[in-house]
Design a protein around this ligand. Sequence first.
Ligand SMILES: Cc1cc2nc3c(=O)[nH]c(=O)nc-3n(C[C@H](O)[C@H](O)[C@H](O)COP(=O)(O)O)c2cc1C
Length: 165
Amino acid sequence: MRALVVYESMFGNTQKIAEAIADGLAANMTVDVVEVGSAGTSLDGVDLLVVGGPTHAFSMSRESTRKSATEHGSGTVVSKAGGIREWIADLHAGSTPFATFDTKADKPHLPGSAAHAARRHLRHRGLRPFAAATSFYVTDMEGPLADGEEERARRWGEQLGLAAT
Ligand SMILES: Cc1cc2nc3c(=O)[nH]c(=O)nc-3n(C[C@H](O)[C@H](O)[C@H](O)COP(=O)(O)O)c2cc1C
C-alpha cells in the first residue's frame, strides 16, 4: 500500500508536519512526501493521498497571500511555485481516498481552515474523504509549531496508515 503526502509551506512549519505525518504513515505503508511544486498530477498507484498547506486568509493560500508571505517573511519561502489550491484544480482526479491537514494560528476563535477547504475541493473533484480534516497549530505567523504538534502529527499519520491497511 502506498501513501502520497503533498504539502505546501511558506516558512517550513507545514513541511515539518508533513514529514512527521509521513513518518507515522511509514509504520504501515510505503510513503512518498513531496513539496507541491514538485508533485505530479497523476495519482496512479496511490492508495491514500494526504494533502496539507498553511491556512491563509481563512482558507487555502492564493497567489496574493503567498506574495504577502514572501514579502513579510524574514527569509526565503519553501513553496515558490504554486500551492495546493492550484494543484488540486490540475489533478487527474479519480476516486482515491484522501485526508487533508493544515497549519494555522493557535487562536481558538479564528475561523477558517485550509484543510477544510482542500477537503471540499478534493471531494468536488471526485476523490473520497477518508478522515476528518485536521489542523496543527503555530504560535506565530512564521512559527514555531506549538509544543507537541510534530508528535501529534506523527500519531495522526500512524492512525491513518493503520486504518488504510
Ligand atoms: C498571508 C497570510 C495569511 C494568513 N491567514 C491566516 C488565517 O486566516 N488563519 C490562521 O489561523 N492563520 C493565518 N496565517 C498564519 C499561517 O497559517 C501560518 O503562517 C502558517 O501556518 C505557517 O505555516 P508554514 O510555515 O508552512 O507556511 C496567515 C499567514 C499568512 C502569511
